[in-house]
Design a protein around this ligand. Structure first.
Ligand code: SF4
Ligand code: FES
Length: 253
């Protein structure tokens, strides 16, 4: 990992810094697989790392490939491993990374090209836990009411932007690509603990399987990297408890 030279608070507004950016490149058509390449870039400490990547792509090497869309921490498409931690490139400032920066694709995913990984297996696992409201009961005349406490119970899971940072930082995923991964459990939690949902037992059965929650070793990497601040490990523990007790602990009113 690159050793960071910290940019001071005083530098933030005034200085341009010269960055040394090492990027792990994979260009299958050129026969390049996982080869580090170094770039020197002028940047402001207030630039986001996504700005730095854009500068490299637009002025030095147009073949550099990475995903981005919203550029504001909402779409989750630019998750990558920056200085050894999964981050959203659009949410981290140069000032917080130092002048020596490394960028590589997230671990635990097949690499398609440069910083772009194949998210298909990630979304297949997400679909497996039925990430939608299940309720076949006849709808009431007005909306399905919920108390503030019932709404609060599943709030954390609603913040997920499906960036994949948690799953790509999980040693259990690196060791076993079959297990559903933290992102699936967070999104299962969002519905299992929703008082309006009736699909909890179906989902708990899926997650009690050998590729489900028990593969979590409470390493906490997921919670540490989540750009939405979701206490991922805590939600996984909630689901484990629901499996052990046979039903989720949802407020009755
Ligand atoms: S739980 Fe956090 S890190 Fe994981 S996919 Fe959702 S937003 Fe990304
Ligand atoms: S580009 Fe959308 S989250 Fe970074």
């Amino acid at each position: 990992m690159a050793t960071a030279t910290r940019v001071t608070e005083a530098d933030r507004d005034t200085q341009t810094v010269t960055l040394t950016v090492r990027i792990k490149r994979t260009q299958p058509d050129e026969g390049i697989v996982g080869k580090w390449q170094e770039f020197r870039v002028e940047a402001s400490p207030l630039d986001r790392f996504l700005d730095v990547l854009n500068k490299i792509k637009w002025t030095q090497d147009g073949t550099l490939t990475y995903r981005r869309s919203c550029a504001h921490g909402v779409c989750g498409s630019d998750a990558m491993r920056i200085n050894g931690h999964n981050r959203l490139a659009c949410k981290i400032l140069v000032a917080d990374l130092g002048t020596k920066i490394s960028a590589e694709p997230m671990l635990g995913y097949p690499v398609i090209r440069d910083l772009v990984v194949d998210m298909d297996p990630f979304f297949a696992k997400y679909e497996k836990i039925k990430p939608y409201l299940i309720n076949d009961e006849p709808p009431p005349a007005t909306e399905r009411l919920q108390s503030p406490a019932q709404r609060e119970r599943y709030d954390q899971g609603t913040k997920c932007i499906l960036c994949g940072a948690c799953t790509g930082s999980c040693p259990s995923v690196w060791a076993n690509r079959e297990w559903v991964g933290p992102h699936s459990i967070v999104n299962a939690h969002r519905f299992i603990f929703d008082s309006r949902d009736r699909g909890a037992s179906e989902r708990l059965q899926i997650l009690a399987d050998r590729t489900g929650v028990w593969r979590c070793r409470t390493i906490f990497n997921c919670a540490e990297v989540c750009p939405r601040g979701i206490p991922v490990t805590e939600l996984i523990e909630d689901v484990k408890r629901a499996i052990v007790y046979g039903s989720p602990d949802v407020p009755t009113d």
